[in-house]
Ligand binder design. Structure first.
Ligand code: PEP
Ligand code: MG
Length: 565
């Protein structure tokens, strides 16, 4: 992009690539929150309770209707948000406040604050959960007052949407015909907003910081989702040319057909990350995915208060497996805990949930929970008649030791399942030579591997510069894992968000990764990029990234070796 003299460039974290030039709009304001103090007459309290119930019901119903219209992760997010409005604990707390004399809007604020404080005190379990809570608070307050629902504004032209933070519900309801770009002050590269933006394939930049407020509604802006830049005052001709070029690249990507290989024929299996049957159907019918590289099973059960039976689970898993009847599907055992609390499997109140009992660790105290899940996967595969032509692999999240790998592999072997482990704890990478003899494959989870290598919370917008998979420290662990994988003849895949970045995908290929699993919408971009380079160039790019001082330098060094497709 050529800069013109009087422009201003604001930088954030790049999430979804693409250049767009359009007017900025800001998300509709949140309602002003009521202050404490007002008391309502005892005789009116019952009516006030009914008024709250009907406002909350209306909000829940709207979210439910949107969830039914949406697909994949978007639908799940909306469903989960609707579930929070219906949460009995939260509603009870509001009703209690009204019974004590608070007006409904203040009772909503007080109850929500109580829950937000609880979530945060529990160790900052999940930034998005508190964003969700505040979001439902604001929607219910607006409904109580008969005001416009906060969130997405009504627009009739293409715009770039700006927000402090997008609630998952807002992101999920985006109409991408009009909202052609997304920029947020907060958020991180692996937050729900980023994951959904990737699914919708809307150019997106997060964690821009307070400087995003320099942008006023109605101003034309140029957003470059690959560089993570927002340009104010860009020369319109230059901006339109850059947008055109990016659209042409998007077209080349749309024409790309798999299976993926480099220019000189080195094959890299491209697989999809999914969380349910719907997403698997989209991967099978609308992408070039050769199979599924990560089925996040815990996302099927985020609202389940009781563990589903083996047969119930098997039905859920079959919906995913049946979309790829003749290719590989990698099912991940429950990654409950930390940012993905599964009510029937998560630990309550931990000081540091991200470092606590999550993933495979949950099963140490409750092996039957894991074996019932493995039984369900085996049952699903058997009922669908899957054999060697349609391998069903199972992997455990958060494996840290060889002993854990051996234990998990043994349970899988008893059920005839092919066993693997995620490499997302640095110890697992460093000890790969001890883990691999027990396993058939490993899959590197770069989201957590980056979080734990850099000691930086993946949900923290302030730390987005550290939670960047381009960090050479992370790449060095991946290099080490690949070297050991070669020695032990163990397949090494990557299934974190790093696999969705076309240039980083070349680096990973150069490091020796055999398969890449990403959101379906990212697959063609990665495939088209790989098709434009040879393996030797990937190796040179990998060497340049490994040798860089930091993430920014690694990106720049690789851009010197490889031009974006
Ligand atoms: C990862 O950590 O990279 C990963 C793929 O798992 P999740 O994002 O579900 O934690
Ligand atoms: Mg992980």
């Amino acid at each position: 992009m050529k800069n013109v003299s009087n422009d201003t460039v604001i930088k954030g974290t790049a999430v979804v690539s693409g250049v767009r030039y359009a007017k900025a709009v800001w998300i509709s304001p949140r309602p002003e929150l009521p202050q404490a103090g007002a008391v309502i007459e005892e005789s009116q309290r019952e009516a006030e309770q009914l008024r709250f119930t009907s406002a909350a019901d209306a909000v829940a119903q709207r979210l439910k209707e949107r969830s039914e219209k949406a697909e994949g992760a978007a639908s799940e997010v909306l469903k989960a948000t609707a579930g929070m409005v219906n949460d009995r604990g939260w509603r009870k707390a509001v009703q209690k406040g009204i019974k004590g004399g608070h007006p409904a809007d203040y009772a909503v604020v007080a109850a929500t604050t109580k829950f937000v404080t609880m979530f945060e005190a529990a160790g900052g379990v999940m930034a998005e959960r508190t964003t969700d809570l505040r979001d439902i608070r604001d929607r219910v307050i607006a409904e109580l007052r008969g005001e416009q629902e906060p969130g997405l504004p009504e627009v009739d032209e293409q715009v770039v949407l700006f927000a402090d933070d997008l609630s998952p519900a807002d992101t999920a309801a985006l109409n991408t015909e009009y909202f052609v770009g997304l920029v947020t002050e907060l958020g991180g590269p692996t937050s729900h907003t980023a994951i959904i933006a990737r699914q919708l394939n809307v150019p997106c930049i997060v964690a821009v910081g307070e400087k995003v407020h320099k942008i006023t509604a109605g101003e034309p802006v140029m957003v470059d989702g690959a560089l993570g830049t927002v340009t104010l005052g860009a020369d319109p001709d230059t901006a339109r040319a850059a947008e055109q070029e990016s659209k042409m690249l998007a077209e080349r990507i749309a024409q790309w057909r798999g299976p993926a290989q480099t220019k000189d024929g080195h094959k890299v299996q491209l697989l999809a990350n999914v969380q349910d049957g719907k997403a698997a159907r989209i991967a099978a019918t609308q992408s070039q995915a050769e199979g599924i590289g990560l089925f996040r099973t815990e996302l099927c059960f985020l609202t389940a208060t009781e563990e589903p039976s083996v047969s119930e689970q098997a039905e859920v898993y079959k919906k995913v497996l049946e979309q790829f009847p003749t290719s590989k599907v990698v099912v991940r055992s429950l990654d409950a805990g930390s940012d993905k609390p599964v009510p029937f499997a998560s630990m309550a109140d931990e000081m540091n949930p991200a470092l606590g009992v999550r993933g495979l660790r949950v099963a140490r105290a409750n092996e039957a929970l894991l074996t019932r899940q493995l039984d369900a996967v085996a049952q699903a595969a058997e009922e669908l008649g899957r054999g060697d032509d349609a391998p069903t692999w199972v992997m455990a999240p958060m494996v840290a030791t060889a002993r854990e790998a051996k234990w998990f592999a043994g349970l899988c072997a008893e059920r005839g399942l092919t066993a693997g482990a995620m490499i997302e704890v640095p110890a697992a990478s460093l000890m790969a030579d001890k883990l691999m003899p027990h396993l058939d494959f490993v899959s590197i989870g770069t989201n957590d591997l980056t979080q734990y290598t850099m000691a930086a919370d993946r949900m923290s917008p302030q730390l987005a510069y550290l939670t960047d998979p381009w960090q050479p420290a992370v790449l060095r662990l991946i290099e080490h894992t690949c070297k050991e994988g070669k020695k032990y003849n163990t397949a090494v895949g990557v299934c974190g968000e790093a696999a969705a970045d076309p240039l980083l995908a070349c680096v990973l290929t150069g490091l020796g990764v055999n398969s890449l699993s990403a959101a379906s919408t990212a697959i063609a971009g990665v495939g088209a990029q790989l098709a434009s380079v040879d393996l030797d160039t990937c190796k040179r790019a990998a060497a340049a990234a490994l040798d860089a001082e930091g993430a920014t330098e690694a990106r720049a060094a690789v851009r010197n070796v490889i031009q974006p497709a």
